[in-house]
Design a binder for this molecule. Structure first.
Ligand SMILES: Cc1ncc(COP(=O)(O)O)c(C=O)c1O
Length: 488
């Protein structure tokens, strides 16, 4: 079957194919084999391997890979909104032609407008075509224009290869290839996009397990979705999933299209067991996506690497088995690159293709991609791991100092991330005291110049402050202030 090419003058507009999905993505081998062509409304009702073929842009080998995954009852074509399922990947002339005089994309032919002599981050690729992670990178200079002053080719739209960060991330997480990886402007963009592709505004719902990260509900409010809550088991600060309650809620509420699980949790700092995630993935009486937000996973992974924990931490390992699983990660935490806004989504190639068909073109900037490629190089990973080890050691010291303060109660959760959740007790030193926690929080922020997070109104977090692990000096200052305030 010949691939249909839909040319769009504006490369920023996704191309809609209302009735017949067209297979347009150059990254894939779509042109060489027949794919089932059906309108989403004509999707087969029964589960079967052909249903992944409804996703425009998915290759034959990807369809085969996805249809071999569990669970058998899961039908992605019924989870994704029909208008999204029919989106074809957009194409621009640059996907086909990268060299020569490039007058196709209305870029500024005279180059960027940064003042002369502006400094650029160390850039090795401009002359030898090799990205910092050793991968082949953009073909620069494409026009011979300004390679020295514009090593990142800032006047061009980002090259789709993005310095090969997707294959690098796939191999870092032991996934087969980049078809399992999608990139977003922080994981926040991914979390929002997942809701947008799967849940119909004003009709559908998401399920969350409080206490948890606030953005799931913020995105749901923006997307006009209901939020159904099944709290974590919070007794004793253990923070585990109440799987039985989750499953019965799913059965009772078919409008739930996505579950958001946070592991390690924010603000709980606690990993969810992979067994409890598996039970949710296997549940036959529900057809939706299980999203595991692993923004803090590299802190737990480092403990695994150093032998301090023995059980697998990341749900990424389950992606080889399950097609209803999505895992999000970020370079904002362990990699220390919150400013560049790079979030990562790992899932089956079918869902990844849908997300790529839906996201804005060029959502990842060239500077971001270049900096990410440096962070993901061997040297970058070594640096990240060493920083994480230092933070873990600072965390342990912070915890033991906190425990020596009389009005400090339990440190809740399992401390698997770069923060601690600490209870402030009343003056008698007996019960958690949210009012006192609020007082400490406010005085530290407004009078002492040290800002932590007041989480005392969160379920199971009575009297709790969440303290990000700082440098040794920052932690000492925090401890000193808390001692002073709590002794008065
Ligand atoms: C649990 C959790 N998920 C996602 C994010 C957002 O991360 P990003 O910076 O990648 O958007 C945060 C940020 O604090 C977080 O705590």
């Amino acid at each position: 079957m010949a691939a249909a090419l839909v040319e769009s003058d504006s490369i920023h507009q996704p191309v809609y194919c209302n009735s017949v999905p067209q297979f347009l993505d150059n990254n894939t081998d779509t042109a060489s084999f027949p794919l089932p062509i059906m309108s989403p409304s004509a999707a087969p009702c029964s589960a079967g391997p052909a249903k992944e073929g409804l996703v425009p842009g998915l290759s034959n080998s990807q369809i085969a890979a996805v249809s071999s995954l569990k669970p058998a009852h899961f039908d992605l074509s019924k989870v994704i909104r029909p208008n999204i399922l029919s989106l074809a990947p957009y194409r621009c002339a640059r996907d086909d032609y990268q060299d020569g005089i490039l007058l196709d994309a209305n870029e500024n032919s005279l180059g960027h407008s940064l003042p002369q002599g502006s400094s650029f981050p160390a850039f090795q690729a401009s002359h030898d075509n090799a990205g910092a992670n050793g991968a082949t990178s953009v073909s620069v200079p494409r026009t011979g224009a300004l390679p020295k002053d514009d090593p990142l080719q800032l006047h061009r739209y980002p090259d789709p290869s993005l310095y090969n960060i997707k294959p690098t991330l796939a191999s870092l997480r032991q996934l087969p290839d980049e078809s399992y990886v999608m990139l977003g402007v922080g994981s926040d963009e991914v979390l929002d996009l997942l809701q947008r592709v799967a849940a119909k505004p004003g009709q559908d719902a998401i399920l969350i397990c409080p206490p948890t990260y606030g953005m799931y509900s913020v995105c749901a409010a923006v997307n006009d979705l209901d939020v159904i809550k099944v709290p974590l088991n919070v007794e004793g600060g253990n923070f585990s999933l109440d799987v039985d309650k989750i499953l019965s809620t799913l059965s009772a509420s078919p409008q739930i299209k996505l579950i958001f699980l946070c592991s390690p949790g924010n603000p709980t700092g606690t990993l969810l067991s992979l067994d409890s995630i598996r039970r949710t993935l296997d549940y036959r009486d529900w057809n939706g996506l299980v999203v595991v937000d692993e923004a803090y996973i590299d802190f737990a992974e480092e403990e695994l690497r150093s032998g301090k924990r023995s059980v697998d931490a990341s749900a990424v390992s389950l992606l080889k088995e399950y097609k209803n699983l999505v895992v999000t990660q970020t370079l904002s935490k362990a990699f220390g690159l919150a400013a560049i806004r790079l979030g990562i989504c790992y899932s089956s190639p079918a869902l990844i293709q849908i997300l790529n068909n839906t996201k804005a073109p060029y959502n990842i900037s060239a500077p971001t991609a270049h900096l990410a490629s440096l962070a993901l190089s061997e040297a970058g990973l070594t640096q990240m791991r060493s920083t994480v080890r230092q933070l873990l050691s600072n965390r342990d010291a912070l915890i033991s100092s906190l425990q020596s303060i009389p009005s400090v109660g339990q440190i809740l959760g399992a401390n698997e991330a770069n923060f601690v959740l600490v209870q402030i007790l009343d003056q008698q030193g007996g019960k958690p005291d949210s009012k006192r926690a609020g007082m400490v929080y406010k005085i530290m922020a407004e009078q002492k110049g040290l800002v932590v997070r007041n989480r005392s109104s969160e379920l199971g977090c009575e009297g709790c402050l969440r303290i990000t692990v700082g440098t040794e000096q920052e932690n000492e200052r925090c401890i000193q202030l808390m001692k002073d305030l709590l002794s008065s």
